[in-house]
Design a protein around this ligand. Structure first.
Ligand code: CO
Length: 210
């Protein structure tokens, strides 16, 4: 812990030196344009990989970046982001090599996580034919990771929070992307749902899905 406190003092001092008044400005205002729903994996920090500063992205993370309609934690953060902070972009970001996705694909027991990743297991079953056509387990995991992001973008769009926001004309879109641990790059899943463009968020996303 001592190391963390030391590093924190170095960081805070150098940040303030680079930009005098930085923390005072940051403390007085939170106006992020992005709300990020990502995996808890330590290798996928939203700010760092998206090149954003503190104050620029509001973040919710859980194992395998899942949006569960019964998860009050995730929904509370989503509502705060959309209704209070008025973010313009909600991003569901998965990553290749996700342990949560792997756990959903194998038949071993992992403990509580097996309950949490149940929606991915269902998704794998629904897409069994597509997944079976792929050459190996790694390709299947990667594809399932992408399918899960697309599925969770839809789940975000289907929440009463997003539906109400679009009904009152809010300018907010839901996007899906996948991060590659091996190259540090974000890939757009082209499954953006924007309630504004077509009045019905779902329909627009369905036509854009590639
Ligand atoms: Co993960």
């Amino acid at each position: 812990m001592q190391r963390l406190f030391q590093q924190n003092r170095v960081w805070a001092t150098s940040r303030e030196l680079e930009e005098p008044g930085y923390f005072r400005r940051l403390a007085s205002l939170q106006e992020p344009k992005y709300f990020w729903i990502g995996c808890s994996d330590s290798r996928v920090p939203a700010n760092v990989i998206a090149g954003l500063e503190p104050g620029e992205v509001f973040v919710h993370r859980n194992v395998a970046n899942l949006v569960n309609p019964g998860d009050l934690n995730c929904l509370s953060v989503l509502q705060f982001a959309v209704d209070i902070l008025k973010v313009k972009n909600v991003i569901v970001c998965g990553h290749y090599g996700c342990a949560g996705v792997k756990a959903a694909l194998d038949s071993r027991r992992h403990g509580l996580i097996d309950h949490w990743v149940h929606p991915i297991r269902d998704l794998a079953r629904d897409n069994a034919r597509i997944l079976q056509c792929l050459p190996g387990p790694e390709e299947r995991e990667d594809r399932l990771c992408e399918l899960s992001v697309i599925d969770n973008v839809r789940k975000v769009a289907d929440t009463p929070i997003m539906q109400d926001a679009w009904a009152r004309g809010a300018d907010v879109a839901v996007h899906g992307c996948v991060y590659g641990l091996a190259d540090g790059l974000l890939r757009d899943m082209n499954c953006t749902i924007n309630g504004q463009a077509g009045g019905q968020g779902r329909d627009v996303g369905d036509t854009q899905r590639g």
